[in-house]
Design a protein around this ligand. Sequence first.
Ligand SMILES: Nc1ncnc2c1ncn2[C@@H]1O[C@H](COP(=O)(O)OP(=O)(O)OP(=O)(O)O)[C@@H](O)[C@H]1O
Length: 255
Amino acid sequence: MAGRPIITVRNLVKRYGNFEAVKGLNFDVYEGEIFGLLGPNGAGKSTTLEIIETLRDKTQGEVIVDGYNLDKDPGEIKKIIGVQLQAAGYYPGLKLTELIDLFAGLYNRKTDPLALLDMVNLRDKAKAKYKELSGGQKQRFSVATTLINDPRIIFLDEPTTGLDPQARRNLWDLITDIRKKGTTVILTTHYMDEAEVLCDRVAILDSGSIIALDHPDKLIDQLVATGFERPREVKKANLEDVFIQLTGHKLRDGV
Ligand SMILES: Nc1ncnc2c1ncn2[C@@H]1O[C@H](COP(=O)(O)OP(=O)(O)OP(=O)(O)O)[C@@H](O)[C@H]1O
């Protein structure tokens, strides 16, 4: 993807006391791409995202988001990004339309809640309370709320964790649709199949450092070029294929 960098991170360091969780990261995210941050538990993915999102202080380094320097213009950065809240961020007893109106008010924006719910296949749940949604519906709703301020970039931290195979695929489609509309997406995931399907480029973090950064295909090709060969798959399908064939492609949680 030959876009211009919309996020530039240089020599980013984060220390918690004496512990260095992020050790001098350098990377760019290009406008219009889906960029994945991968890595084992504790690698520093959430810390890095939260620093760029202006939610966590950095120790050192420079972060530029769409031309705005994090040190000088965090308020401008907040205006152009969409951040996914954890479930605890939503009042459980409010209806979905009320929650959207509430967030729109915080952003000082006018939004059509039903149009937004349409995007994430939740129009028929407009009058439902947040606490009445299934896990997949909650995830879709939280992605919808990242779009309320019409952001240039959205941040998704493990958006499909805990979802069933249909709900995961549905969320992949949603993320792809959001990108098609020109929004840049930066996400973390522990699912390598998800990163392979969704991400234009991925950075693999380990113990606070980037150990690889490229297109998923290129990283795979590089590994194959070393002589690595996966044990041959004897079966032409896997258990997930069985599951999807048996239970269908449709979402089960009320669509
Ligand atoms: N507030 C904090 N105080 C001290 N240490 C912290 C704090 N937040 C995170 N850490 C540590 O920093 C390291 C990176 O944590 P981070 O949450 O960024 O990792 P992660 O890659 O997102 O992990 P996971 O995949 O488990 O979500 C971990 O060792 C973690 O224990």
